[in-house]
Design a protein around this ligand. Structure first.
Ligand code: NAD
Length: 380
């Protein structure tokens, strides 16, 4: 199946370029985030929209189509929010019929909500959904719930990272049993930091973390609570608070840190043909979308590295959205998290069981198990 729709946008005031790709629609609806960084490409947006379609399928019974948007612009630029606003305005005709665009890398969910509110919109919905009082009420409750506090995070900032940690724990237990492994996490934003927190709670040692500014390593274990307490809103750690035992290095050296479990939770294509051979971990759990290239997968197959693929591990936010807005889940943060734990652990088990039974590599098995079956037209 090819993507249903791909649209390009050129900003009228800057050199920003953006794209929206709708992979498929379920009952005229699709959901995905808007990312912003200086190197976003059309191809990246299409690959991410595809992953979203599979991720929604992995969240069944509550499912939607997959879409993604990307803006090639520096998310730290002083006018980044104005660029985002102009992009959202350009895409409003599609948003109004059910292309639900929220936050992603470089674009906080709260900012998209603020822009929608400025133009009199809430979460984008189809015509049928807008006429459903229960959905409208659930949507408001959902937005409120996302701001609630869970173990020092907002629910919004931990639903995906906790799910990645539960998937990692499940895969590690299947492959290695009781003794917990040493973990390296690339990225210390919403996903990376909350994943690190949950893994520490589950008994793992985080031996290294990297952010946009560099890598920090301690084979005896980093103090994750302290690093989280001192990070800024861009997910950057405060170097002045590092302990004397911490070793620092440039973030290009991230694969020099010896570990058992590697969790990319920042950017796309970071494990590729040039560096996959350096991976020391026996398990890779993809917190970030499309973190591993096809060439790197081939190297992993030869080395025997197991992978929990992106749309299996990082579906927490998508699952929460579906289960609260369209499902019958109790409107309670703990119920949402319990549900995500069940889905992440269950899908990870299903993935590894299929690989075991059919002798397949995890990515191939995941694409087979969770292939989306629906592609409806827009509801006008
Ligand atoms: P974020 O913006 O909160 O954090 C990004 C982190 O990556 C920051 O710590 C940043 O410093 C770091 N980073 C940037 N460049 C880096 C580099 N070159 N080396 C190392 N670290 C670098 O983003 P997030 O919400 O945590 O999302 C991270 C990834 O997870 C993205 O790919 C996103 O698409 C994916 N994802 C996020 C969610 C979610 O709910 N937030 C859900 C599914 C997938």
């Amino acid at each position: 199946m090819k993507p249903y729709l791909m649209i390009e946008w050129n900003d009228s005031k800057t050199d920003a370029v953006g794209w929206v790709c709708v992979y498929n629609l379920v009952d005229g609806y699709c959901d995905g985030g808007i990312r912003m960084h200086s190197n976003v490409t059309k191809e990246e947006v299409q690959r991410l929209a595809t992953v979203m379609a599979w991720k929604h399928e992995a969240c069944k019974p509550h499912s939607s189509g997959g879409c993604k948007a990307g803006i090639r612009y520096d998310y730290k630029a002083p006018d980044a929010e104005e660029v985002l606003e102009r992009f959202i305005v350009a895409m409003m005709p599609m948003i109004d019929v059910g292309v639900s665009l929220a936050g992603d890398l470089g674009v906080p969910y709260s900012t998209t909500r603020r822009i929608y509110a400025k133009y009199g919109r809430e979460i984008p919905l189809t015509k049928t959904m807008k006429q459903n009082k229960q959905i409208l009420e659930n949507m408001r409750t959902y937005n409120h719930m996302l701001e609630s506090e869970v173990q020092g995070f907002t629910l919004n900032n931990c639903i995906t990272g906790f799910g990645v940690a539960w998937s990692a724990d499940e895969a590690w237990k299947i492959k290695h049993g009781g003794k917990k492994g040493r973990v390296f996490i690339q990225g210390f934003g919403c996903v990376g930091a909350s994943c690190a927190h949950k893994l520490v709670e589950l008994g793992y040692t985080i031996v290294g973390v990297s952010d946009a500014l560099g890598v920090v390593e301690d084979q005896n274990g980093l103090d994750i609570a302290e690093l989280i307490a001192n990070k800024n809103n861009f997910g950057e750690m405060d170097r002045s608070k590092f302990k004397p035992s911490y070793k620092t290095m440039p973030n290009t050296d991230w694969l020099n840190v010896d570990c058992d479990i590697l969790i990319p939770a920042a950017l796309e294509d970071v494990i590729n043909k040039d560096n996959a051979g350096k991976v020391t971990a026996s398990l890779v759990v993809e917190g970030a979308n499309i973190a591993t290239t096809a060439e790197a997968d081939e190297i992993f197959k030869e080395k025997g590295v197991d992978v929990v693929v992106d749309f299996v591990a990082n579906l927490g936010a998508v699952r929460a959205y579906h289960s609260v807005i369209f499902g019958n889940l109790e409107h309670d943060g703990q119920a949402v998290l319990d549900d995500i734990e069940g889905v992440c652990r269950g899908n990870t088990r299903k993935l590894f069981e299929t690989c075991e039974k059919e002798g397949m590599f995890q990515r191939e098995a995941a694409y087979k198990i969770f292939e989306p079956s629906t592609s409806d037209p827009f509801e006008i």
